[in-house]
Ligand binder design. Structure first.
Ligand SMILES: [Cu+2]
Length: 181
């Protein structure tokens, strides 16, 4: 048997590992992370934009909500200890090209069975009204969302300057944020 030069083996090894790395992780991260499948929900890419000062006292939360169940789910309301109230909003551009936001129709966001709804800059978002503190990058705070099927679901929202670049699911807890204490 001919001896294969060691530099060729090194190149082959590099190619194999490089290919493995480029395809595997993104798929894994899209899988729901909840152990025991407590909810038919997978909530990922959660973030709130930092506000160095308490600007007009409001803050915005973005996320992707995936309905992994086989019936429609509806986001009805939310609450957080760091704001007086929460509204479900939509960004729109009016006929004069002016950027506006308004409450979503019916005050609710529907997520069809097996589908995802993205709350992202320029579109749907969760608005925090009358914040009690500024939002510092690196911190996080709890939020409770109320769904028609799943009921109250609580998780932590990380505060960042930039949208997250990776799809990472948050850990969901049943009940309101009061139960975290
Ligand atoms: Cu808004």
């Amino acid at each position: 048997m001919k001896k294969i030069p060691s530099f060729l083996i090194a190149i082959l090894f590099f190619l194999v590992t490089a290919c493995g790395k480029s395809t595997a992780p993104s798929k894994e991260k899209l899988e729901p992370t909840q152990a025991g499948k407590q909810f038919d929900l997978d909530i990922s890419s959660v973030w709130s934009r930092s506000t160095p000062e308490l600007m007009n006292g409001s803050g915005i939360i973005y996320m992707t909500i995936n309905n992994t169940g086989d019936s429609i789910e509806t986001l009805l309301a939310g609450k957080t200890p760091i704001a007086k109230s929460i509204e479900l909003h939509m960004h729109t551009i009016d006929s004069n090209g002016v950027f506006r936001m308004r409450m979503v129709d019916g005050g609710r966001i529907e997520i069809p069975a097996g589908e995802s709804v993205e709350l992202k800059p320029g579109g749907l978002h969760i608005m925090m009204i009358e914040l009690t503190d500024s939002l510092k990058a690196g911190d996080s705070f709890p939020i409770t969302l109320k769904f028609e099927q799943a009921g109250e679901v609580t998780f932590f929202v990380p505060i960042t300057d930039m949208p997250p670049t990776e799809v990472t699911s948050v850990e969901l807890k049943k009940g309101g944020y009061e139960s975290l204490k």
